[in-house]
Design a binder for this molecule. Structure first.
Ligand SMILES: *[C@@H]1O[C@H](CO)[C@@H](O)[C@H](O)[C@H]1NC(C)=O
Ligand SMILES: [Zn+2]
Ligand SMILES: [Zn+2]
Length: 348
């Protein structure tokens, strides 16, 4: 395969990933949806009805219904990266005297990450149930800005505790609702935010470790080949030193799969590091993403007249107002890692 074809495939895959991961937060007005409605508007008149209908159906199935597609996609991407790492990079690294201890780091992190991933999927995020609702109502007081007392969920027919929200995908109200994560096919709420945070950090660590080991291997390969000191004769017969572009092209041609994998892993690392830091920040200030979006007026009717999710009605939100109550960083983190349990009323 020539350099340009490979590079084109590479760009397409990276762009597809950007699009998919933009949807990561599971929020309604994601850049992906804005893009999709824009594309639909522009190309709508030229596309046949069946194509429009089927793409809408696919979008609906993927993003508005529960399903394991993204869990499988996650496992698939991860297996591809680990297969490449194990079958190619590992061998080269051994030749270059990288210790077995450092080479085992990605595998240890994989085990750690998989357990948090599993807990995110399996743990009940804090569903509001008939039995528990009385206790759940006592956990947080209503702030009367974002959450008002005495509001019932029309679907669940239960009083909404402060900080809870109805998840349309799971069709249940969730205590201290953060968001619905399609990658774990579960809501992130009071009881699993801690696993979600640890999961995000372990994925970053995993991607970072693989990127460092692979980058180190490629660096050694370049140094060993003496390419940096080499020169070539250009079309005018002049001697030219090899520039960085030349080295990149050489690496792409010599180790196409490895470079491809490294690009993907670096991309995932930066994307998820940003996302993990955002969630860590929210945890530190005792706020959920739901509250963050709401208090910034993302779902406000004034900004999105078509918003169908809960929105902050009334005057345009005042962005300077603090919608969260922080009792200090450590206490806030404590609440994430040891979430208050609803006191069960005795069943009679
Ligand atoms: C977090 O904020 C809620 C109100 O949204 C408050 O009731 C709770 O006490 C706060 N927790 C901490 C640890 O500050
Ligand atoms: Zn509900
Ligand atoms: Zn959900």
């Amino acid at each position: 395969m020539d350099f340009l074809t490979l590079f084109a495939i590479y760009v397409v895959v990276v762009l597809t990933c950007i699009v998919l991961i933009c949807k990561y937060s599971g929020q309604q007005q994601s850049p992906f949806h804005v893009l999709f409605s824009y594309v639909a508007k522009v190309f709508g008149p030229f596309t046949p009805k069946w194509l429009q209908r089927s793409s809408q159906w696919i979008m609906h199935r993927l993003f508005h219904q529960r399903g394991n597609v993204f869990i499988y996609l996650h496992i698939l991407l991860e297996s591809a990266v680990y297969a490449e790492f194990t079958y190619e990079v590992f061998g080269y690294c051994r030749e270059m005297d990288t210790t077995l201890t450092s080479l085992s780091v990605p595998y240890v992190l994989l085990a750690v990450k998989t357990s948090f991933f599993y807990l995110c999927i399996k743990r009940d995020p804090g569903t509001v149930t008939k039995k528990k609702v009385a206790g759940q109502l006592l956990i947080y007081p209503y702030d009367k800005k974002l959450f008002h007392p005495g509001v019932s969920c029309p679907t669940c027919q239960l009083v909404k505790p402060a900080r809870s929200k109805h998840c349309r995908l799971c069709n249940r109200c969730v205590q201290r609702f953060d968001h619905h994560c399609i990658w774990v096919n579960n809501c992130i709420g009071a009881q699993n935010t801690r696993y979600f945070l640890l999961y995000l950090f372990s994925v970053c660590a995993m991607a970072g470790a693989i990127a460092l080991l692979t980058g180190d291997m490629l660096l050694h390969a370049v140094l060993r080949s003496g390419l940096l000191r080499a020169s070539y004769i250009d079309e005018y017969g002049q001697q030219q030193p090899t520039g960085p572009l030349f080295v990149v092209q050489h690496l792409f041609l010599t180790f196409p799969r490895i470079v491809f994998m490294l690009g993907f892993v670096v991309f995932v690392f930066f994307l998820l590091a940003g996302y993990a830091l955002f969630h860590f920040y929210l945890a530190l200030v005792n706020q959920t993403s739901n509250e963050w979006y709401k208090s910034r007026g993302y779902f406000c009717q004034h900004c999105h007249p078509s918003a169908t999710v809960d929105h902050l009605c009334g005057p345009v939100p005042d962005h300077s107002k603090r919608y969260y109550y922080s009792r200090g960083l450590l206490k806030n983190l404590g609440e994430i890692f040891f979430p208050p349990q609803p006191v069960r009323k005795k069943d009679n």
